[in-house]
Every structure is written in structure tokens, then in C-alpha cells.
Write a protein that binds this ligand. Structure first.
Ligand code: GUN
Length: 311
């Protein structure tokens, strides 16, 4: 061991002491637990949690995401309903499909894959989804519930980040968390979740002054900005935990590779870091299945309550 360390020092490489957070393994455990729960539901009643995914157009990346959502949904034992619509689909036709899915008792979760073609109004489509079936957690009713600490369906990516943080650190009370990025999909809900865990939360964004001096004060740094390797080693305090939500394709020396928003190789002094790929990314579909199961359970509870009321 001593020889190994000496070799690293001689090679003038900083020693990498940070734990590498294995999101892939964590997500596999999460989906395995969901699979067991779905099998129990199937053996106890004639209902099955169902997820409907809507894809408009032919975007290749979206097409790959939707295919893997279908595969994982089916593997978990849930019903998967896929709706692929042409990119000439009108707003009215898309809204009509959402209305049909809202009314369909076999569908407990609805996800409209984003981005939508430019002629479509994504906000209006999201607002048309029944908040009880909004497994993306994008509806303003769910965003509002999250903000006031009520039982919301929470966006999948920040939910996955929070699961990893709690698993690693346990109690987050009093820790200073800096969230870099203020999107409705990641940054804002992430900040709300951290606040619920009694962290002191700073939200930084493109107009923040001296970003590095802000992140340097943090115990937890979550980065979701879509800028390859923007966060450098000297932006991070020794012992801090770094969650990298970015997935960026870069071409270097004629070779293409995926990198995060954080310069991973410079994070050896951190307590822990999520790699890209294999960190936050794999958690997202697991959380989507978790939200679908949660939406199913709440629907069952509502059905039971209304049956009791009518009896
Ligand atoms: N496109 C990329 N990620 C997502 C996601 O989490 N939800 C939806 N609806 N679209 C996406």
C-alpha cells in the first residue's frame, strides 16, 4: 500500500480519497425493492400500477429514454402504455390524449417526454395532467405542495439525488448545501428537498457573483447547469459531498465521451462524488417507478375512502 501511495506522489498525482457514489448499484436496489412491492400488489388485488409515456416526434435521445422507461416499467411488473405521436401533432390532439389518460383507471402515472416540438406549449400540457398522476412532479400543484412541505410527487432527478445523499450522510441537519442551477426540474425542487432536511440552502445561478467562493463554503454541492466540467477542484472544500447532475458529451482528441458539470478527476479531496456516467443518471428511472407506485397507492387509498363514504 505504502508503495502504491509513494508511486502516486512520485507521479505527482493528487491522491483520490473521495468515495465514488455508485448510483447504478443504488438504483438497481431501488428497482428490485419496487419489483417485490409490485409482485405483492399483483398477488393481493386485480390492479397493477400503470405508467403512460407520451413521446411527440422523433428526437433520437428522447426515443432512447422512452424505450428504456418502457423496458424498466415492464421489468418492474407494472403496465406500460406508450404513445408515440408524429411531430405534426397539434396542441389540441395532445391535450385530448392527456385528458384520456387522466380519465383512464389503468393509468396511475403520466409522463410527457420533454422537450416537445417547438410549436407545442409544454407548460399548458403539463398543467393539463392530473396532479395525482403527475409522476414527473412538474405540475404547479406538486411544485406548490413541495414548497409548503405537503405530500407532493417530487421530480425524479432531485428525488434521486436526495436518496443518495441520505444514504451516504444520514442526518443532513444544519449542513450548508449549495445548489448550482435554478431550473424548475432540478435546481428549485432540489433546494426545497434540502430545506426539508433542515439544511441551510444557497441557490446559485448564472448571475451569482464569485460562484467558487460560494461553493467553497458548502458541505454539499449539487450542480445542474449543463456546462462540461465547470466546477473545479479548488471550488470544493475538503470533505464536502458533490452531486453532479450534468451529462455532457464532449469531443477530445477526436474521441467522444460523457462528462459531468464537475471536473471529476480534481475531486479527490471531497468526502464523496457521483461519477458521470453511473451516478445520478441511473437513479432517475428508479425514482419514476417509485413515483408511479406512490401514485398507485394514493389512488387506491382514495378509492377505499370514497367506497367507505358511499357505503
Ligand atoms: N426529458 C429529459 N428528462 C426528462 C424527465 O425527467 N421528464 C420528462 N418528462 N422529460 C424529460
Amino acid at each position: 500500500m505504502a508503495g502504491h501511495i509513494e508511486a502516486l506522489i512520485q507521479a505527482e498525482q493528487p491522491i483520490f480519497e473521495a468515495d465514488i457514489i455508485d448510483g447504478k448499484a443504488f438504483a438497481a436496489g431501488l428497482t428490485a425493492r419496487i419489483k417485490v412491492e409490485v409482485a405483492e400488489i399483483r398477488s393481493n388485488c386485480d390492479k397493477v400500477p400503470g405508467l403512460a409515456v407520451v413521446l411527440v416526434g422523433e428526437d433520437p435521445a428522447s426515443s432512447v429514454y422512452v424505450a428504456s422507461k418502457r423496458r424498466e416499467t415492464q421489468a418492474a411488473g407494472m403496465s406500460s402504455f406508450e404513445h408515440r405521436l408524429p411531430d405534426t401533432t397539434s396542441q389540441e390532439d395532445l391535450m385530448e390524449l392527456v385528458r384520456q389518460l387522466n380519465a383512464d383507471p389503468l393509468v396511475h402515472g403520466i409522463l410527457v417526454q420533454l422537450p416537445l416540438p417547438r410549436h407545442l406549449d409544454a407548460d399548458a400540457v403539463i398543467e393539463a395532467i392530473d396532479p395525482a398522476k403527475d409522476v414527473d412532479g412538474f405540475h404547479i400543484a406538486n411544485a406548490g405542495k413541495l414548497a409548503v412541505g405537503q405530500n407532493a410527487l417530487v421530480p425524479c432527478t432531485p428525488l434521486g439525488c436526495m436518496m443518495l445523499l441520505k444514504d451516504l450522510l444520514g442526518d443532513l441537519t444544519g449542513l450548508h448545501a449549495v445548489v448550482v442551477g435554478r431550473s424548475n426540474i432540478v435546481g428549485k425542487p432540489m433546494a426545497q428537498l434540502l430545506l426539508q432536511e433542515d439544511c441551510t440552502v444557497t441557490i446559485a445561478h448564472r448571475h451569482s457573483r464569485d460562484l467558487a467562493s460560494l461553493t467553497r463554503t458548502a458541505d454539499i454541492v449539487v450542480v445542474a447547469v449543463g456546462r462540461p466540467e465547470m466546477v473545479r477542484g479548488d471550488w470544493i472544500k475538503p470533505g464536502a459531498t458533490v452531486i453532479d447532475v450534468g451529462i455532457n458529451r464532449v469531443v477530445q482528441d477526436g474521441r467522444s465521451r460523457l462528462v459531468g458539470d464537475v471536473a471529476f478527476a480534481e475531486m479527490g479531496h471531497a468526502r464523496a462524488i457521483t461519477p458521470v456516467p453511473g451516478g445520478v443518471g441511473p437513479m432517475t428511472i428508479g425514482c419514476l417507478l417509485s413515483n408511479t407506485l406512490e401514485a398507485f397507492r394514493r389512488a387506491q387509498a382514495r378509492d377505499r375512502a370514497s367506497a367507505k363514504e358511499n357505503s
